[in-house]
Design a binder for this molecule. Structure first.
Ligand code: PMP
Length: 345
């Protein structure tokens, strides 16, 4: 299988470390971004009105339930700054995206981490810790394992948020890659629980360089995020706002990316299996591949093979490297290199 890769990416190292899209953005989004540059001397819309309206319509929520930001990174920080009881430490899981812990520590709230149960979120233990927490962060689909929560697990977490008042922030950066019907926070937003979903256009929409993401959730939480955004009123630039609106409207491009990612995932997992290499099942655009020494593998792949991957040990999941589902050529190079540097077993 061959996949289109942007020329600048094709000539550099194989970038399989940041879950970027090898399929790029919608051409319509790129045109919109280019056109927006005609007004470069004018500040962007601080209300982010156009992408906010487009997202609210797409998600069938009120505009007051959507906050658009400079990537979901900005929303992790703003939520840590502004939501919940800030005198109490936040809660997250070990073995996940480190942004939650970093932001909670940076704003001096502190952070408690619940260890993974193997490679799964220990949901009952997490829910039991929520009453004492000022805010709770989960990643679903989970980075770096690629797993998803079940309906019963999400039910329990949402009920706990409703009962305790502890805001539950679910980072859904990879949701677009998960099978249709995968339980998601949007399913619960018509209730009264203090919920916030974080989403991004960096992954499935291929707009990582422009920096745009959004939160959708209970209106009072979103209002507090927007208030905190008053410190950076122009954080979402004009090109990002224009590109997002066009990208959201280009369903065929998104669906093509989703389809190709599913094919690429199945192909890569079967090549791994042929070589006897274990990997975790994934609902995302990356796969956690088992290796004997993940720190050494990250280093050697970069140094000797010009292939960038993430040692999931950095996130508390040692023994796995996280590999983005890049092009077939990149993934074949990786498989061959892994055979040399980290033979199975
Ligand atoms: N959350 C998760 C789980 C991520 O993996 C990433 C990016 N790697 C982000 C948030 C940040 O995404 P953005 O580009 O929207 O800031």
């Amino acid at each position: 299988m061959t996949t289109a890769v942007a020329p600048a990416v094709a000539t550099g190292p194989a970038r399989l470390h940041l879950s970027e899209s090898p399929y790029g953005p919608s051409p319509l989004a790129l045109s919109a971004a280019r056109e927006s540059l005609a007004l470069t001397e004018i500040y962007p819309d601080p209300a982010r009105s156009a992408p906010t309206a487009a997202l609210a319509a797409q998600l069938a929520v009120a505009e007051q339930q959507v906050a658009v930001a400079n990537g979901s990174d900005e929303l992790v920080l703003l939520s840590a700054l502004a939501l919940g009881d800030t005198t109490r430490p936040g809660l997250t899981t070990a073995g996940t995206f480190p942004g939650y812990r970093i932001c909670l520590e940076t704003v001096r709230r502190g952070c408690r981490e619940i260890a993974l149960d193997g490679t799964s979120t220990a949901v009952a233990e997490f829910a039991a810790a929520m009453p004492a927490a000022g805010i709770a962060y989960l990643c679903n689909p989970h980075n770096p394992t690629g797993g998803v929560l079940t309906r019963a697990e999400l039910d329990l977490l949402v009920e706990t948020a409703a009962r305790t008042g502890t805001p539950l922030v679910v980072d859904e950066a990879y949701l677009e890659f998960a099978p249709a019907g995968t339980p998601q926070l949007r399913d619960y937003l018509d209730g009264a629980a203090p919920l916030l979903s974080l989403r991004t256009l960096s992954k499935a929409y291929g707009l990582a360089a422009l920096r745009i993401g959004y939160a959708v959730g209970r209106a009072d939480l979103v209002a507090r995020l927007r208030e905190a955004q008053g410190t950076m009123p122009f954080s979402v630039n004009r090109a990002a706002q224009a590109a997002a609106v066009a990208a959201l409207a280009d369903r065929p491009h998104l669906e093509r990316t989703q389809r190709r990612n599913i094919e690429q995932r199945a192909w890569f997992l079967s090549r791994l299996a042929e070589r006897g290499r274990a990997a975790l099942p994934s609902a995302t655009n990356f796969v956690a591949v088992a290796v004997p020494d993940s720190a050494a593998a990250e280093l050697l792949l970069a140094r000797d093979h010009d292939i960038l991957v993430r040692d999931a040990g950095r996130f508390g999941l040692p023994g796995h490297i996280r590999v983005s589902l890049g092009s077939a050529e990149q993934l074949t190079r990786l498989l061959d290199a892994l055979d040399v540097i980290a033979p199975v077993g």
